[in-house]
Design a protein around this ligand. Structure first.
Ligand SMILES: *Cc1c(COP(=O)(O)O)cnc(C)c1O
Length: 393
């Protein structure tokens, strides 16, 4: 059939550019030691930054949640799917973020992708100006498109360029949208300067803290705690499938913003509520993040990050300047990055290669992510493997 043949030709084109992606099948829980397609691997790819994805207390809480609330929610939140488990979790998030957001309320979403679509499409319409950082996550880009607002992209980390755009805007509604930690680079947005600009020019600041929530800040409250920010202009999105180890996301903001999302956010309204048992498991995750164990895990993770950066000794390849658990090694061409990734894989190290269009052309990379469940010895093994591989590549 011609339709199929045409897709086949496009797929072959991807092969020629070393851009064809493939799925690997994990046969064990998300953890540093995994069985992947039948092989034992040491994994440096997950976003399970605190090592909670297979934590015994969370497994137990998920089971308890299923016994108490059943398996499915049965309906969307506004019909009959909003369970006590969701409501308690939302109160917990509002309380947790209360040092940083005035009159806080929180809303739980099935995924971070949907939360971003929801926030941008509900807060920005056709007559709004939406200022988006050039390295923003795909879900923010798609949310901006869904909102049909006027999109203005500003260069990475460039608050001065953002100010010029804000100054020139005559739109009544302005939305500045950014990742806090950039997911492919690991660096941080200059949030204090950005918030100052948003307050000056009367714009919302939407912060996607997918890689900061649970990890950054003394208490794991994320980027807002890291930078010590508090403002009614902040609309905060934290995902729960990364450091929190489960899945879903939440938006925390002034209670009026959240009430508006409940009324208007289509990705919230027109979808079945996530299983209440997941919300119940997330309460156990919050107990850990907010307690002594969370603090210990964050401090171990910080030590591993420093260790990896000091033990990697690269000449041609470039370790990105990042203080977070995301430590990309920039290799350059798609072919060399994929070859390096395959060589590491052969040695039992699972480090994903990231290629365009996820990152700019010519900056294909191996993206190392560290977790509090790694040991110092495992990090040393990875660093030696990288050092040797580059020397002989
Ligand atoms: C992972 C991620 C998302 C999407 O969150 P999910 O819960 O996985 O859908 C959004 N933004 C950023 C920056 C992310 O890294």
């Amino acid at each position: 059939m011609e339709l199929i043949a045409s897709l086949e030709r496009e797929l072959q084109q991807l092969d020629r550019q070393s851009l064809r992606r493939r799925l690997r099948v994990a046969e064990t829980p998300c953890a540093p030691r995994m069985k992947v397609d039948g092989r034992d691997m040491l994994a440096f790819c997950s976003n399970d930054y605190l090592g909670l994805a297979s934590h015994p207390l969370l497994i137990e809480a998920l089971q308890e949640g299923a016994s108490r609330y059943g398996v499915g929610s049965g309906a969307s939140h506004l019909i009959s799917g909003h369970s006590r488990a969701h409501a308690l979790l939302e109160e917990r998030f509002a309380d947790f973020l209360s040092p940083h957001i005035e009159s806080p309320r929180a809303l739980y979403f099935c995924t971070g992708y949907m939360a971003n679509l929801a926030v941008l499409s509900a807060l920005a319409g056709r007559d709004a100006d939406l200022f988006s950082e050039e390295l923003n996550h795909a879900s923010l880009i798609d949310g901006a498109r869904l909102s049909r607002s006027n999109l203005k992209v500003y260069p990475h980390g460039d608050a001065a360029a953002l100010e010029q755009l804000l100054k020139a805007s005559t739109a009544k509604t302005k939305l500045v949208v950014t990742d806090s930690v950039f997911s492919m680079d690991g660096d941080l947005a200059p949030l204090p300067e950005m918030l100052r600009l948003c307050e000056q020019y009367g714009a919302w600041l939407v912060v996607d803290d997918a890689h900061g929530f649970g990890v950054l800040g003394q208490n794991g409250r994320g980027a807002l705690e890291h930078f010590n920010l508090r403002s009614p202009y902040l609309v905060y999105m934290g995902t729960l499938g990364k450091a929190a180890g489960v899945g879903g996301a939440f938006v925390a903001a002034h209670s009026t913003v959240i009430e508006w999302l409940v009324q208007r956010a289509r990705p919230y309204i027109y979808t079945t509520a996530a299983a209440p048992a997941l919300a119940h498991a997330l309460m156990a995750s919050m107990d850990i993040i907010d307690g002594a164990e969370g603090a210990q895990r964050r401090s171990h993770l910080r030590a591993l990050i420093a260790q990896l950066r000091s033990e990697l000794n690269l000449q041609r390849w470039k370790l990105f300047p990042s203080d977070t658990a995301i430590q990309p090694v920039i290799i350059g061409t798609n072919e060399e990055a994929m070859r390096a990734g395959a060589a590491l894989y052969e040695q039992g190290f699972w480090v994903p290669g990231i290629r365009p269009p996820t990152v700019p052309a010519g900056t294909a990379r191996l993206r190392i992510t560290l977790s509090a469940s790694h040991t110092g010895q495992e990090v040393s093994q990875l660093a030696s493997a990288f050092n040797l591989l580059e020397a002989f590549a």
